[in-house]
Design a binder for this molecule. Structure first.
Ligand code: DC
Length: 225
């Protein structure tokens, strides 16, 4: 039987983590898990139910009513997230959710809830998971850890192009403000802040394309195996 490993991809917002994670999962026949989608789905639930997440009792009570799962969609060729059996893969990408998700993801109870499920998903290995704390907290013993970064201007442009397709009212300024705010909160929170694990390999894709970054990562996988 071929050896299977855990690959973690962490990094700043919109630097192409999910693109690389999906490419790797496809090449290796691994499962891809977007951990950010879990924090986004929890945020969506809180917003819809007017949960006051600053009140930890209220947050814990709301979390007890949330069930998250991923299902592979053969049409989109990716696994999509379900919140209490509703496919929310697309609504969670909205700026309304993006504006609040970093605050929600900073809550200790929310992290405990999400991390426990993420660790379960990795039990059988053969998984690529992207996020902010996957190499530091979720899978500290992962065989391969990649930390991604890219120039802020490049990241804003990439995310703007993606969002503008769905929402013509979104501006470059909105996107930039949101990325900067999320990066700040994600890297300054008390619980599991975004940081590069000591044994993670840095990948800056400001000047490299998708194929080049995949080739780079596949070489790392070969070494890890
Ligand atoms: O990867 P993303 O942009 O969809 O993630 C949304 C937010 O969720 C991000 O701003 C920070 C939070 N997040 C986190 O705190 N830990 C993770 N492992 C993944 C995401």
């Amino acid at each position: 039987m071929t050896k299977k490993i855990i690959i973690t991809i962490d990094g700043w917002s919109s630097c192409g983590k999910s693109t690389l994670a999906k490419q790797l999962a496809k090449s290796l026949g691994y499962v891809y898990i977007d951990s950010g989608a879990m924090y986004r789905a929890i945020t969506l639930y809180f917003l819809r139910n007017h949960t006051d997440w600053s009140d930890s009792k209220e947050a814990i009570d709301a979390l007890s009513k949330i069930h998250l799962h991923f299902e592979y969609n053969p049409k989109s060729l990716q696994s999509e997230i379900f919140l209490n059996d509703e496919n929310v893969e697309y609504v969670i990408r909205d700026l309304v959710v993006a504006e609040k998700v970093s605050d929600v993801a900073a809550i200790a109870e929310v992290r405990t809830f999400a991390v426990a499920q993420q660790q379960k998903m990795g039990q059988r290995k053969g998984i690529v998971m992207d996020g902010r704390d996957i190499g530091t907290t979720v899978f500290p013993d992962a065989e391969l850890k990649i930390f991604m970064t890219a120039d802020i201007g490049v990241r804003v442009e990439r995310r703007f192009r993606e969002m503008a397709e769905k929402n013509p009212n979104v501006t470059m300024e909105d996107v930039k403000a949101n990325l900067e705010m999320r990066d700040h909160i994600d890297s300054h929170r008390e619980v599991s802040p975004l940081r590069q694990a000591e044994d993670a390999i840095l990948l800056d894709n400001t000047f490299i394309g998708m194929q080049e970054q995949l080739d780079f990562a596949l070489k790392l996988v070969a070494k890890a195996l």
